[in-house]
Design a binder for this molecule. Structure first.
Ligand code: NAD
Length: 263
């Protein structure tokens, strides 16, 4: 099938890490609606995620790679190439959070956050970029965060990883600047996903708040719009980054954060 205006990614294959839930599933859905075949990854209800993408009418497959394991990541990229011929769009989205002050931060949580939220993007890119260059076209989209631009107390590993992935994005963009491969990052503010729901639940328990009050407090402290960003909005931004209009965006960090980083 050839690409049409409404399905510009027809014939392309996208791999989204951590796409069984939240933002990753939103991005996978938007890319599938734009016509791309999908390789999904992540834990939890993998069958439901696969069914959701297949219902859009594209081909989808799932790979169980653990983003803390470079060998798994290599196997996942090889699986995508075998199954669909190539990875044209790579979205590094898998991520976890842990909130604690530096002096009480569990060492294993630091290591896991750096591995999943930062190092996994190095490993996917080091394996996927050569084939994108050979094919003369590719899109890498790194899901950073507003925490790639500013800090928040209690989020040392997350903030370090997200600042790191913005640096990695710039270097990868520069190394491919004379090719058809672009590398950019998206920096969302709060999105109501399981990762943020846990922070709301913790706040409610800590301060004896109702779920609604905890949600409003978490948003109100940081996000001037007082609205959550949606996975759909981030998915649409990813589709835009795959378009010709974005072909000279190289190494950019796009905020979508309800005004958080404007303060
Ligand atoms: P989520 O918990 O809903 O989803 C995380 C995904 O990553 C899941 O599919 C999970 O299975 C997968 N995952 C976790 N550990 C993994 C591992 N070791 N290997 C493979 N997959 C793994 O979280 P989310 O909020 O959708 O977060 C997705 C990304 O968006 C993360 O990088 C996060 O830092 C970023 N982000 C989230 C927000 C937010 O407010 N929710 C804001 C800014 C950035």
């Amino acid at each position: 099938m050839t690409a049409s205006a409404s399905k510009p990614l027809t014939g392309k294959t996208a791999l989204v890490t951590g796409s069984t839930s939240g933002i990753g599933l939103g991005i996978a859905t938007a890319l599938a609606q734009a016509g791309a075949n999908l390789v999904l990854n992540g834990f939890g209800d993998t069958q439901a995620a696969l069914a959701q993408i297949e219902a859009i009418g594209v081909k989808a497959a799932y790979h169980p790679a653990d983003m803390t394991k470079p060998a798994d990541i290599e196997a996942m990229i090889a699986f995508a190439a075998e199954r669909f011929g190539a990875v044209d769009v790579l979205v590094n989205n898998a991520g976890i959070q842990h909130v604690a002050t530096i002096d009480t931060f569990p060492v294993e949580s630091w290591d896991a956050i750096i591995a999943i939220n930062l190092s996994s993007a190095f490993h996917t890119m080091r394996v996927a970029l050569p084939a994108m260059r050979e094919r003369g076209w590719g899109r890498v989209i790194n899901i950073a965060s507003v925490h790639g631009l500013v800090g928040s107390a209690g989020k040392s590993a997350y903030v370090a990883a997200k600042h790191g992935i913005l640096g990695l994005t710039k270097v990868a963009a520069l190394e491919n600047a004379r090719t058809g491969v672009t590398v950019n990052a998206i920096c969302p503010g709060f999105v109501l996903t399981p990762l943020v729901q846990k922070q709301i639940d913790d706040l409610a328990a800590r301060e004896s708040l109702s779920p609604d009050a905890a949600r409003a407090k978490l948003l109100g402290e940081k996000q001037p719009s007082a609205q959550f960003v949606t996975p759909q909005q981030i998915g649409d931004m990813a589709v835009f980054l795959c378009s010709d209009a974005a072909s000279e965006m190289r190494g950019s960090a796009l905020q979508i954060d309800g005004g958080w980083s404007a303060q």
